[in-house]
Design a binder for this molecule. Structure first.
Ligand SMILES: Nc1ncnc2c1ncn2[C@@H]1O[C@H](COP(=O)(O)OP(=O)(O)OP(=O)(O)O)[C@@H](O)[C@H]1O
Length: 591
């Protein structure tokens, strides 16, 4: 029968795996050492409540020595715990992480091999002799009894790897110990300098918004737009969310500063807030959420889910409160974050409602929110491009048509989605040619009288495929309007692209084109306009043609329509033709 064998672990391979894939940077070795020391002190105090609690880091000599006044280990424990990767004293009989400790995976010490070629642990447990364990990065280790007097506790000594010396520079060690451990409930010193007794007070002890703001300024270097206190008792979580004062990209999930039982876990942990809360960065301390093995992130479990939801509720509460008590400030918030809020509104109802209720859109009846517009004007009629809005806003207003400019990023999609979500909201995308149906026709007698003019005008524009229509509309200052329906615009753009495209692509585009469906664009001349009236009674057909061509060109330009080569040629001809008429001939110069 085959005997069972155990896996052989190649330590060099494992160290490589840890350094390149698990930990973001070798600097976490300080965090892991601090964590082990704090856990050892916690374990000792469980048995011996008044026991001393200090951790000393010493950079004198070649590497780093970390001495703690914790429980220490017996020889048997050294064999069991330090010689077996994945073995931890911090789990209960069922294998669950014990609540009072920071560690649980049994790999933390291994991270020291990121920077050390050799680790020496000198340790003594109460009532036992001292033991020295020496581990080498090639996987060998040695355990020896040590004679002489030793205090209860542990000293871990790291001997640097070649090339890793920078991680042991006194200033670096001090900085890292401060970073990870400045809030720890035990006294930590580096070469005698205390790192605890924090420079900034612990985030979970801060109560006033002013103190929070000062905290954000120190740790993030910015003054938050606002501070939202956070608390989720089931996760043992306290802290605050800072609303960022500058726009952020919602596609980039934000990192949060997360402490685990007062030890800094990660400066940029993701996934603490729901996706829609992209505008906030948090600082929290939690006793119940679990870290991943790398400790760079929080473990995705049911508790993190419900915590995220609870934090989302607290942020939502802030938005709702702001809307109720300080709409001006909410306006300022949207001013900063509107692009992100709008991007999310395309699939998040909270954000959609925020935009609809609070974001003032540009309309031809003044700036107002979609909700206000809906209440005042019923149908939400909107223009899908800013160019179109600019051209038609005034004219639509004169026909008593309220119009929203939905040409800005996301606005048209937001209007369309709002109508899907809110049942009683009706929307209508403005088709320019529909506008013409609202204009008054010229009375029949006048129309008959202007027959000659319309024939000449139509002749001028026939070669451009444009129809001339005479109507009467306000404002009377507008002489002519070029209107083309949406579908036809699309097909015209398609044709322009086809002319430039290679044959294969051109064929693909051809499939989308159907000339038969084209409606002719219209040049609507305004009979209320004084200039147009004078043009209609010009004595000769060729003068009428020049004038109508000029009106056509001007209407194209004002409406930001594309100028085709034929249009440009016509503009040129009419301009020079009119100039020729306007400038008196020089009797001296002959014909
Ligand atoms: N300074 C120390 N004092 C006492 N025991 C220690 C010390 N450092 C390590 N140990 C013992 O060695 C074990 C393994 O340590 P290691 O850091 O590898 O894992 P851990 O802290 O249990 O879990 P994690 O991988 O989450 O850090 C610990 O569970 C602990 O029992």
């Amino acid at each position: 029968m085959d005997a069972h064998r155990t896996f052989q672990v190649d330590l060099a391979g494992l160290v490589d795996l840890l350094s390149h894939h698990l930990y973001a940077s070798p600097r976490v070795y300080v965090r892991e050492l601090l964590q082990n020391a704090v856990d050892a002190i916690t374990a000792r105090r469980l048995r011996e409540p008044g026991a001393p609690g200090s951790v000393e880091l010493d950079t004198a000599g070649d590497g780093l020595r970390v001495t703690d006044s914790g429980v220490g280990l017996t020889e048997a424990q050294v064999h069991e715990l330090l010689a077996t990767i994945g073995r931890s004293s911090k789990r209960d009989d069922l294998g669950f992480a014990r609540h009072e400790f920071l560690g649980q995976f049994g790999i933390g010490l291994l991270s020291c091999f990121l920077v050390a070629r050799e680790i020496v642990v000198l340790t003594r447990a109460a009532g036992h002799a001292a033991v020295r364990w020496t581990g080498y990065d090639d996987g060998r280790y040695l355990v020896e009894k040590v004679d002489g007097e030793h205090p209860v506790g542990t000293t871990v000594t790291l001997l640097p790897r070649p090339g890793a010396k920078i991680w042991f520079a006194p200033a670096t060690v001090l900085e890292l110990a401060r970073l990870y451990g400045d809030q720890l409930p035990v006294e930590v010193t580096v070469d005698g300098t205390p790192t605890t007794g924090p420079v900034v007070s612990a985030p979970w002890e801060v109560t006033s918004t002013r103190a929070w703001t000062a905290y954000a300024e120190r740790t993030m270097g910015l003054t938050p737009f606002d501070v939202i206190p956070l608390s989720v008792p089931e996760a043992g979580l306290t802290g605050a969310a800072f609303v960022m004062p500058q726009p952020l990209n919602p596609a980039q999930r934000g990192g949060h500063r997360v402490y685990l039982k007062h030890m800094l876990l990660a400066e940029s942990a993701e996934g603490l807030l729901p996706e829609w809360a992209f505008f906030a960065r948090c600082v929290v301390d939690t006793s119940e959420l679990r870290p991943t093995a790398s400790r760079e992130a929080l473990y995705e479990d049911g508790l993190l889910d419900s915590t995220r939801e609870a934090l989302g509720d607290q942020l939502r509460g802030w938005l709702v409160r702001l809307a109720r008590t300080d709409p001006r400030r909410l306006g300022e918030f949207l001013h900063v974050h509107h692009l992100g809020v709008k991007a999310l509104a395309l699939h998040d109802d909270v954000m959609l409602d925020l935009v609809a209720s609070w974001w003032p859109m540009e309309t031809n009846v003044g700036r107002m929110t979609l909700r206000e517009f809906h209440e005042r004007h019923g149908v939400i009629r909107y223009s899908a491009t800013t160019d179109q809005f600019r051209q038609l806003a005034g004219i639509a207003a004169a026909q008593d048509l309220a119009l929203v400019n939905a040409g800005y990023t996301y606005d048209a999609e937001i209007i369309e989605r709002w109508a899907q979500v809110e049942r009683d909201v009706r929307i209508e995308r403005l088709d320019p040619t529909d506008l013409a149906t609202r204009f008054e026709t010229v009375d029949p007698a006048t129309e008959v009288g202007l027959r000659g003019f319309t024939v000449a005008a139509q002749r001028a524009l026939d070669r451009l495929g444009c129809e001339v229509v005479l109507r009467a509309f306000d404002p009377s200052t507008v002489p002519a309007l070029y209107l083309i329906d949406r579908e036809t615009t699309f097909r015209q753009e398609l044709r322009a692209t086809r002319e430039k495209a290679d044959p294969v692509w051109s064929d693909v585009l051809a499939a989308l084109d159907d000339r038969r469906a084209d409606t002719r664009p219209q040049l609507v001349l305004n009979h209320r306009n004084a200039l147009v009236r004078r043009i209609t009674v010009l004595p000769t057909a060729d003068l009428v043609e020049l004038a109508v061509e000029a009106l056509y060109g001007q209407a194209l330009l004002l409406g930001y329509h594309p100028i085709r080569p034929a249009d440009a040629a016509l503009l040129n001809r009419s301009f020079l033709g009119l100039l020729d008429r306007a400038v008196p001939t020089d009797p001296e110069a002959g014909p």
